[in-house]
Design a protein around this ligand. Structure first.
Ligand code: ADP
Ligand code: ZN
Length: 759
């Protein structure tokens, strides 16, 4: 008895280290709580702990006790951060891990406060090093050249001729006229900082600190709205706002889909709702696909709500992120605008979440945890109620499954609906990308001093290259996917792993004939346009020339102010932009997304065409849309052109029902991958045998071999089930048991619940 009473119980903290250590599963580690930290170590506290030979950031997920005897092995917590994770967010992380079969750790990361770095919290953190162009060559309008010079090219720097390597030249071309972060440039081009330093030594660039960049720059980005002008609502908008406010104020969680044609004034509807939430003392989150592509939206929100707006985006420094986080958490910024991860913003009394352009693929994260913002938004609003509003001109087919949730805006607030014309490429001669009628329309538009947008949803110069004689296609050795020719660097590039090789002079397979460049991309289109249109009138927007948010804004701002002008690019040109002087939209190839192995191929094509057409004629002047296609009779193309939106959704839903795809079933994708081909295959087969007896027949589709990626062989299977919850539990059990043995055999297991992509 005496012995038992002598045994003290000591408080311990159960900690999940924020480390990507998948082999640990979701293990929780116990730590001692030092006396001086005792009152600060609570559930949700973010702590620094010794972990093996290093220290790690971790989250206290529970407090417990251990007897004296058990604590001899335990090490103490090192430090506690000022910001902890609120209880609700811990629960959210747990729910998210369950819903997406993800590790708890990966979900905790999303709700954890931004990491405090040395000097963070103040604005005084030294900025990263930047590089600025000096030679005229480095500052061409959009960083690309029509004529590219091969390796060893000679450029003039002042009076001296300097020889450049391919990498050096690529670096020069990646630098924006206003300068770029060194890390950014190096990442884009795939070189080390040494290349930049060499260029600096040659006097071709200058290194320096980042230019000061006040967060408020967004105010000036193409916005014409002053803080005073609040337009009165059109009747259609009025009705929608009234309904949404009723839904917002009602009990529990309401979810609505606002299907409003492009230019119908959805943003104004959002702003009215946010105002209403603020009046009620509630907080709101407004999610946009990509901050850099939506400067107008941000400036409108800012000019309406001033410093009550918090903006979260990846371009913020660690210090700025933390400052914004604290402002939001303290209730000083009850309106938060940001991209996907802003759905986790710690807004107090959160009652409204708006997902703008909800159909956009950015709504789903493509790394663990593979969450969808719609699902997270629902989880967040579940407890206290409120409104989840998804807005789009082209909602996803899945959003259309519950017609009761649907609200419509059918007319444009300003301007007239664009008129679409098809250009049947089967009847066009010549090897040019743009048909004569398209060229004429472009020339005419520019002659009137107006603007045009040209869409081609394929990067590079040629999507693939093949032998004209034997047909051999050049593929990446570690990805089994075709290589894209990029004329800027004159290399064949793998878009999956980044590997690049010079284009061989002759087909490496038969050695008889030169390679032919097929599937023209934006680089080629850009070149063709520069032959038709003065250089300074052409602006390009695609991920090859634009890797930083600043750069995207620069091009968009420059284009907005230039007239006449033409903006050419990939799907980025189709996103939400509101340019008053765009009167012509050309789609160079409507067929790029048709024949990919994805049940959403038709939906994506329909959305892209409808969205890009919506960029034309948004102000007084009417818009014209010309769509080049080899497949004018394919339903998704025809219905987009004829603006038969309702019919498209009806047909698509019907075919999904017939074939058993979402929204009629839930999908779970499981993938194995390994550097050893047979192991990936054995892994998927074993999994298949294990799952099969527990699921109704036909619910497992597969297994299918996928193209190798980054040297790893891959197999996947798809579960298409009416009982998503049950299937998730089954897969979860299988994962719990198999992940570790598979890992030891060099097989990675990946699960994607509600997959949006099948690459
Ligand atoms: P959407 O997001 O639906 O594409 P926007 O919200 O960008 O449309 O609105 C398109 C244009 O119409 C914008 O320039 C906006 O300022 C204007 N607008 C919206 N609502 C009204 C209104 N009630 N009265 C006048 N102009 C409006
Ligand atoms: Zn590759």
């Amino acid at each position: 008895m005496a012995a038992a009473s002598a045994e003290r119980n000591v408080r311990v903290a159960r900690v999940v280290p924020l480390l990507k250590l998948r082999h640990l599963g979701d293990r929780v580690f116990d730590y001692l709580i030092p006396a001086d930290l005792d009152n600060r170590v609570t559930k949700g506290a973010v702590v620094t702990v010794p972990f093996g030979s290093r220290t790690a950031r971790g989250v206290v997920v529970a407090l417990g006790s251990a007897s004296d005897a058990d604590i001899s092995e335990l090490r103490p917590i090192g430090a506690v951060e000022d910001e902890s994770i609120p209880a609700g967010s811990l629960d959210l992380a747990r729910a998210l891990a369950d819903r997406y079969l993800a590790s708890f750790e990966s979900c905790l990361r999303l709700v954890a406060p931004p990491k405090k770095t040395a000097g963070a919290g103040g604005a005084g953190r030294p900025r990263s090093q930047w590089v600025f162009p000096t030679a005229p060559q480095a500052s061409s309008a959009c960083g690309q050249k029509a004529e590219v010079v091969a390796a060893g090219a000679v450029v003039a720097a002042g009076e001296v001729e300097v020889r450049l390597t391919i990498k050096q030249r690529a670096v020069l071309e990646a630098i924006t006229p206003g300068g770029s972060a060194v890390t950014e440039v190096c990442r884009t081009v795939g070189v080390g900082p040494g290349v930049v330093r060499t260029l600096a030594r040659k006097g071709l660039v200058v290194l320096g600190p980042a230019p000061a960049q006040p967060l408020q720059t967004a105010h000036r980005d193409g916005s014409t709205e002053s803080s005073e002008e609040i337009p009165s609502l059109r009747p259609e908008q009025e009705a929608v706002v009234a309904e949404l406010i009723a839904a917002f104020a009602g009990p529990g969680l309401a979810r609505r889909v606002l299907w409003g044609v492009t230019g119908s004034g959805k943003t104004e509807v959002y702003l009215r709702l946010v105002a209403r939430a603020l009046d009620d003392g509630a907080g709101a989150i407004l999610l946009v696909p990509e901050i850099a592509l939506t400067p107008q939206m941000i400036s409108r929100v800012r000019s309406r709500f001033g410093d009550r707006v918090g903006v979260l985006h990846s371009g913020l420094s660690a210090g700025e992120k933390l400052r914004e986080y604290r402002r939001i958490r303290a209730g000083h910024a009850p309106v938060v605008i940001g991209a996907r991860s802003a759905v986790f913003a710690p807004v107090p009394n959160l009652r409204l979440i708006v997902i703008d352009e909800s159909h956009d693929t950015s709504s789903k994260q493509e790394e663990e945890p593979r969450y969808h913002t719609r699902v997270v938004a629902k989880m967040r609003l579940q407890a206290d109620g409120g409104l989840l509003l998804e807005g789009s001109a082209t909602p996803s087919v899945e959003s259309m499954a519950q017609p009761a949730d649907l609200l419509r805006l059918t007319r444009r607030a300003a301007g007239t609906p664009p008129v679409c014309e098809v250009v049947d490429m089967r009847r066009q001669g010549g090897g040019d990308l743009l048909a004569p009628v398209a060229r004429d329309a472009l020339a005419e538009t520019l002659r009137r001093g107006e603007q045009a947008i040209v869409l081609l949803n394929r990067r590079g110069y040629a999507g693939y290259v093949h032998c004209g004689l034997c047909g051999h296609v050049m593929v990446c050795a570690s990805c089994e996917l075709s290589l894209t020719f990029h004329s800027r660097i004159r290399r064949l590039v793998c878009h999956h792993c980044g590997m690049s090789v010079p284009q061989p002079p002759l087909c490496p397979s038969c050695g008889e004939a030169p390679l032919v460049r097929a599937a023209p991309g934006t680089e080629r289109l850009d070149r063709e346009l520069r032959a038709l249109v003065p250089r300074e009138q052409v602006f390009r927007l695609d991920s090859d020339v634009l890797t930083s948010g600043t750069r995207v804004r620069e091009v968009l701002t420059a284009f907005a102010e230039a007239r006449p002008a033409v903006l050419v690019g990939t799907q980025m040109v189709a996103k939400g932009h509101d340019f008053a002087h765009v009167t012509l939209v050309l789609v160079a190839d409507a067929d790029t997304g048709l024949y990919i192995p994805d049940f959403r191929a038709a939906e994506r094509t329909f959305q892209l065409l409808t969205q890009v057409a919506g960029r034309a004629g948004r102000a007084e002047k009417p818009g014209r849309v010309l769509v080049q296609t080899w497949n004018p009779d394919v339903p998704c193309i025809r219905m987009a052109l004829e603006r038969e939106e309702s019919r498209f959704y009806e047909q698509e839903l019907e075919s999904r029902r017939r074939l058993g795809y979402p929204p009629y079933v839930d999908l779970i994708r499981v993938m194995t991958s390994s550097e050893q081909a047979e192991r990936a295959q054995v892994g998927i087969r074993y999994l298949l045998e294990r799952l099969n007896p527990h699921l109704p027949s036909g619910e497992i589709r597969g297994a299918v071999r996928l193209p190798m990626l980054r040297g790893r062989s891959r197999w996947h299977l798809l579960i298409a089930t009416r009982e998503g919850e049950r299937a998730r539990m089954l897969v979860k059990e299988a994962l719990a048991q198999l992940q570790e043995p598979y890992r030891r055999r060099g097989v990675a297991l990946l699960v994607d619940v509600d997959p949006q992509s099948f690459n």
